[in-house]
Design a protein around this ligand. Structure first.
Ligand code: AMP
Length: 280
């Protein structure tokens, strides 16, 4: 596995590979790799000849400096896991490499970026879109593999690619969970035992909505959200938001549209903020 830190070097190597007719699949991450990321790499392997993983804790997508500072980082372990998982090139730029002095540009997908995560974390998706667009120009992948754990991010990036006629094909990978159902997240390592138990209420709440929809035929989102809130609040976790929205527009729905609906949750346990979702 090649570890590349410079944009120019990444471009050179990747253009050479492309000119030999090799296809490229790209997995963007912020590191602190876990089995969710590993699954993304596996899917990327199935898609293309060459797998490129980026590890970059992107400062512009953090609106809370403390969150950025506390974000877990372990480059050595990440590179080991990446190599074992079959990554061909790890692109690990510094902040200065990605945002040199004088950097002025940003990309924004209007409307979709201001709700849900965007409402709780102003500027978050502008940071995400800008860094992903820059990475896409550096790597020029045929495929980009993303996790559906970040469902809103997936929808926004699909929009970005469509609007700007970028020919990279997106693949969304279902959320990978720990044995008890907690979605793998780089931030899970920051949880105490008690906080972890509280965080698990997200999974229980999502399972409850499936039960209510599938076994009891409840489609009214007000009723479903009440059940979700009750599960989260009983656990002691602090609910940031719970919404039931259309998969396409991310607009709240009055009634579940089967197959086309996301239940999206964000909670805080101590200083850690976690998200999860399910599709109904
Ligand atoms: P992150 O490093 O957390 O920014 O995530 C990098 C990529 O991994 C994003 O596309 C995430 O959606 C995806 N991802 C994170 N956690 C999971 C998970 N538990 N299952 C599947 N994909 C995930």
């Amino acid at each position: 596995m090649e570890v590349i830190r410079q944009i120019a070097a990444a471009k050179k190597l990747l253009r050479e590979e492309s000119s030999k007719g090799r296809s490229i699949a790209f997995v963007p991450t912020m590191g602190a790799l876990h089995p969710g990321h590993r699954r993304l790499i596996e899917v990327a392997r199935e898609k293309a000849d060459l797998v490129v993983l980026s590890i970059f804790v992107n400062p512009t997508q953090f609106n809370d400096p403390e969150d950025l500072q506390n974000y877990p980082r372990d480059e050595e372990a990440d590179l080991k896991m990446a190599e074992e998982a079959g990554v061909d090139m790890a692109f690990v730029p510094t902040v200065e490499e990605m945002y040199p002095p004088g950097f002025l540009t940003s990309a924004n997908v209007a409307r979709l970026s201001s709700k849900l995560e965007g409402a709780s974390r102003p500027g978050h998706f502008r940071g995400v879109c800008t860094v992903v667009l820059k990475l896409l120009h550096i790597i020029r992948p045929d495929y980009m593999v993303l996790g559906l754990k970040d469902a809103q991010q997936f929808t926004i990036l699909q929009h970005l690619l469509d609007d700007l006629c970028i020919d990279t094909e997106l693949t969304g990978v279902p959320t990978v969970r720990e044995r008890d159902g907690l979605a793998w997240s780089s931030r899970n390592v920051l949880l105490t035992k008690k906080q972890r138990r509280q965080a698990l209420s997200m999974y229980r709440a999502l399972k409850r909505t499936h039960f209510l929809v599938k076994k009891q035929g409840i489609l009214h989102t007000g009723e479903l959200l009440q059940a979700v809130r009750s599960v989260i609040q009983t656990s002691g976790a602090e609910l940031d938001y719970a919404e039931i929205v259309s998969r396409v527009t991310l607009e709240p729905l009055d009634h579940v549209e089967r197959g086309g609906t996301y239940v999206l949750l964000a909670v805080r346990v101590g200083k850690v903020r976690l998200i999860d979702n399910t599709r109904i």
